[in-house]
Ligand binder design. Structure first.
Ligand code: ARG
Length: 273
């Protein structure tokens, strides 16, 4: 039963998911990954989105790109235009080309980046504007590029805790409409960026360190249902108290790569009709 506008998402099956290098503090190449379980959990996530009435498009996995399951990092898509990624680490660089080919083949306008950025990992669309993270992966020059491409105000936020290296591990959009509703963990941001968030979103849901460390902010919301990983039990309670319907999914294996629900799902926002 769908009570909000259906969304379109892009995902990439974890057919070749491995943790064979460490580019964030969660990744341990020595720790075993259960590939079968990773696939099962990912399919369940995909099914959950379909059951909520949303459309899921698929990007072909590449055997040489073990992090490709984290599809949110490949672009930022607003108004029918995809602003491509340019990855910080060489291990993931070729993912950008795979995303680019997908957007070009599927009729989206594609804007090539010149600055380093990791797509929706560090950009969030809310309240008609874009919140943009920097400090670990995305270069602030990319924030300017996004503002020029989309003609939307971009607010730069500095991330300071290496565990929360992408904006989408520290801040979540619960509802992008109107002035927007967000949730975030203040400790992941510099004091000045915390002050900016307080000014812009005085009614934000405030998450704590436990919520953030459980990847509770790495969620996907359709403005009514909030899909989040099942370890984030306290966060699910806060989301429910805020009037949303939490939809927990198990994603233990993909967490070993340093990502959860949101990392696996890029939102495809069409041109306004
Ligand atoms: N192993 C990946 C990396 O470190 C995980 C990416 C998680 N994605 C995300 N949107 N936060 O790049």
């Amino acid at each position: 039963m769908l009570m909000t506008a259906p969304r379109s998402y892009l995902m990439c099956e974890p057919a070749h998911f491995r943790v064979e290098y460490a580019i964030n503090p969660w990744m341990d190449p020595e720790a075993p990954v259960d590939s079968e379980l990773a696939a099962k959990q990912w399919h369940q996530l995909r099914q959950t989105l379909s059951d909520l009435g949303h459309t899921v498009h698929l990007l072909d996995p590449d055997p040489d790109l073990p992090d490709m399951v984290y599809a949110a990092n490949g672009a930022l898509v607003i108004d029918g235009t995809a602003y491509g990624a340019r990855f910080r680490y060489p291990e993931r660089a070729a993912e950008a080309d795979a995303h680019r080919r997908w957007f070009e083949r599927n009729g989206w306008r594609f804007a090539a980046p010149t600055a380093t950025n990791e797509g929706e990992g560090d950009f969030a669309h809310v309240g008609g504007m874009v919140l943009a993270g920097y400090g670990f992966r995305t270069d602030p020059d990319a924030h300017q590029e996004v503002q020029e491409i989309f003609g939307r105000p971009v607010t730069s936020l500095r991330l300071v805790d290496p565990r929360f290296y992408h904006l989408d591990t520290a801040l979540a959009v619960l509802d992008p409409a109107g002035r927007g509703r967000i949730a975030y963990y203040p400790g992941a941001f510099s004091p000045s960026s915390q002050a900016v968030l307080t000014r812009l979103f005085p009614d934000a849901l405030i998450a704590d360190e436990v919520d953030a460390a459980a990847f509770g902010l790495n969620l996907v919301s359709d403005s009514r249902h909030v899909v989040l990983n099942s370890d984030a039990t306290a966060m699910a309670g806060k989301v429910a108290d805020a009037g949303f319907i939490p939809v927990p999914v198990e994603l233990s294996e993909l967490r070993k790569g340093g990502g959860s629900v949101k990392c696996c799902i890029a939102e495809l926002r069409p041109a306004a009709s």
